[in-house]
Design a protein around this ligand. Structure first.
Ligand SMILES: [Mg+2]
Length: 244
């Protein structure tokens, strides 16, 4: 299959984590790990673009052996360990205040939310099984009506509406002096759509949401992490061909 457009080779590769280099059980794909390392060894930096918080993303970044900055919390937090401070594109403070207020308004809502909130810097996440409709209605008549209420498989996010992987990556690319025309991205879920729109070439892994497959430049015939060995082989072959 043709993984890349004719005559083009990415100089940066951006990858989602959950459902892209992991399976549905959140287990990391060993073949994806191996392939991602090959990209870095060939001098193609790999950016993690994820909804995960910074400490979790950093752990994976470190153990994968990556070199590029990370885009965490769906674009809310940009960071490289060499930077003094992360770039925070929103604050979790208001979202947390909204969660505490919601717990008083709606019986049974747990304001502490999901376990990773203790490290969350740009938004706040309630449990995914909290009453979404009641929460949406309450937030609309609250002092936090400017916040978005978005349910994913993992949480109900209370977040500033401008945050997305596309917005975050656009800031990251500018900071690094990279062009979006040179970047390929890989993802599986609707939170990847803004990065598909921003970057030149997008690959949906097998098992991706239908809307994500439709939006992608190419759809992998292989599930999740099994996408990476043939994709990376195609990239490295193209790179070698370009040099020759
Ligand atoms: Mg995903």
């Amino acid at each position: 299959m043709e993984w890349l457009p004719p005559g083009w080779c990415p100089s940066v590769v951006v990858i989602d984590i959950d459902g892209t280099i992991t399976d549905g059980e959140k287990h990391l794909s060993m073949e994806a790990v191996q392939a991602v390392r090959e990209l870095e060894e060939a001098g193609i930096p790999v950016v993690l673009a994820t909804g995960n918080v910074r400490p979790i993303t950093y752990g994976l970044w470190r153990f994968l052996g990556l070199s590029a900055p990370m885009c965490c919390e769906n674009g809310g937090v940009l960071w490289h360990p060499d930077w003094d401070e992360p770039v925070l594109r929103a604050s979790a403070t208001e979202a947390k205040e909204a969660a505490v207020w919601l717990a008083n308004e709606i019986d049974g809502v747990n304001p502490h939310g999901i376990v990773t909130n203790r490290w969350r810097e740009s938004e706040w996440c309630l449990y995914p099984d909290e009453p979404l409709e009641a929460i949406v209605q309450a937030v609309q008549r609250s002092p936090w009506a400017h916040l978005s209420v978005v349910r994913t498989g993992f949480a109900i996010h209370l977040m500033e509406p401008h945050l997305s992987k596309g917005e975050g990556l656009s800031v990251l690319f500018e900071k690094m002096g990279w062009s979006v025309d040179d970047a390929l991205c890989v993802g599986d879920a609707p939170n990847d759509l803004p990065m598909f729109e921003l970057l030149h070439w997008s690959v949906a892994v097998g098992g991706a949401f239908e809307s994500v497959g439709e939006a992608a430049s190419v759809v992998s015939p292989h599930p999740h992490g099994a996408t990476f060995p043939p994709l990376v082989e195609a990239i490295l072959a193209r790179k070698a061909g370009d040099v020759a």
